[in-house]
Design a protein around this ligand. Structure first.
Ligand code: HEC
Length: 325
């Protein structure tokens, strides 16, 4: 049996050395035209790689079984040659993987490079475990190193396999639908996306220019005396249609002409003037509200179109938004 152990060890060391040499070679390639046979063989990587994974899971379970009390443990088969099988199949997976990598298409892919190195690392771990299992004859040590070492190499395998899966299926394949709490673990560097700002479907700038900018001013300071039930000077200001009809003295405004607009004329009279609108003692308009009315008349006193479509000056916009909000 000793001869078998020696031969196995030599093969294991050779496998490790070969894989690292091949890895170094493939990582250094630029503009390499791979022979067709090599591309063909490389494509077996996804098939072969499942073998060491399966054996690894089995080995881990058995190695854990060896930690059980003696009477159970005796039922559990030894894992030494199973670890040898892992080395053999892992070598095959790594070699096929390197051939696939060297076939091209992965240049400059950090993910592919880290997957390649991860694969070699896993093979190295598997090799070390196998050698230890072969040569550590003491039952006790062999029993206790099995499970933890296999666990470590399983971890290397998982990380490397995850890189491989991300290469095939795209990054975020595993974490995309994972519960929020798991995402940072599955996808290092994952950041919770900021909640989408709640943008109202339409904002005030999309509303009708008259309704949003003009009528609210009349509503606040004029309407109590200029509405259907009480239309002083026969002037109603509760709707655009009524406003254009004008009052006793005729039209209340002239589009494009602030100077000739009667309602503005009355609004800018001194407070103590008898004709001042709104009359003294009543709620008065602000300078900004007056500016908005003037702007509206200047652009032709439109009743159609959104506020935005009439390009209101920025300083008026903030006032209108304030009135709205
Ligand atoms: C407290 C009541 C009151 C308020 C508020 C008021 N008005 Fe008057 N308004 C009157 C009265 C009364 C008349 C009729 C007598 C006159 O022409 O002075 C009148 C007449 C007018 C006329 C003349 C109508 C015409 O054809 O002769 C205009 C224009 C007018 N108001 C504009 C306004 C505007 C603009 C506002 C708001 C900024 C306003 N008023 C707020 C009481 C008011």
């Amino acid at each position: 049996m000793k001869l078998l152990r020696i031969i196995s060890s030599i093969f294991t060391l050779l496998a490790l050395i070969t894989s690292w040499v091949l890895a170094a070679w493939s990582l250094g390639l630029t503009d390499y035209a791979a022979p067709e046979l090599m591309i063909f063989l490389g494509r077996f990587h996804p098939l072969v790689l499942h073998l060491p994974i399966g054996f690894m899971v089995l080995a881990l379970l058995l190695d854990l079984g060896h930690l059980l009390p003696a009477r159970f443990r005796e039922q559990v088969p030894k894992t030494t040659w199973l670890h040898g099988l892992i080395v053999l199949t892992a070598t095959s997976a790594v070699v096929h993987g390197i051939l696939l990598f060297a076939s091209g298409g992965y240049e400059g892919s950090e993910l592919a490079e880290s997957h390649l190195i991860g694969g070699c690392l896993f093979l190295t771990f598997a090799g070390i475990i196998f050698l230890l299992k072969l040569w550590l004859t003491s039952e006790k040590t062999s029993r206790f190193i099995g499970a933890p070492l296999t666990l470590v190499s399983m971890l290397t395998l998982s990380i490397s396999a995850h890189d491989g899966a991300s290469l095939t299926h795209g990054e975020g394949y595993l974490s995309q639908y994972a519960p929020e709490a798991l995402k940072p673990i599955l996808e290092p560097g994952y950041e919770k996306p900021a909640p989408e700002p709640v943008v109202p479907e339409t904002t005030f700038v999309d509303e009708n220019v008259y309704e949003v900018a003009v009528q609210p001013i009349f509503d606040r300071v004029c309407i109590q005396c200029h509405k259907e039930s009480k239309s002083k000077g026969k002037l109603r200001m509760d709707t655009y249609a009524e406003l254009v009809k004008g009052g006793e003295s005729g039209e209340a405004f002239e589009p494009h002409n602030v100077e000739k607009s009667y309602l503005i004329e009355r609004m800018i009279l001194p407070l103590d003037d008898d004709e001042r609108m709104p009359p003294e003692g009543k709620t008065q308009h602000t300078d900004e509200e007056l500016a908005i009315l003037k702007w509206w008349i200047e652009i032709g006193a439109p009743s159609e179109g959104s506020l935005k479509s009439h390009n209101p000056p920025a300083e008026l916009l903030t006032v209108i938004e304030g009135v709205e909000g």
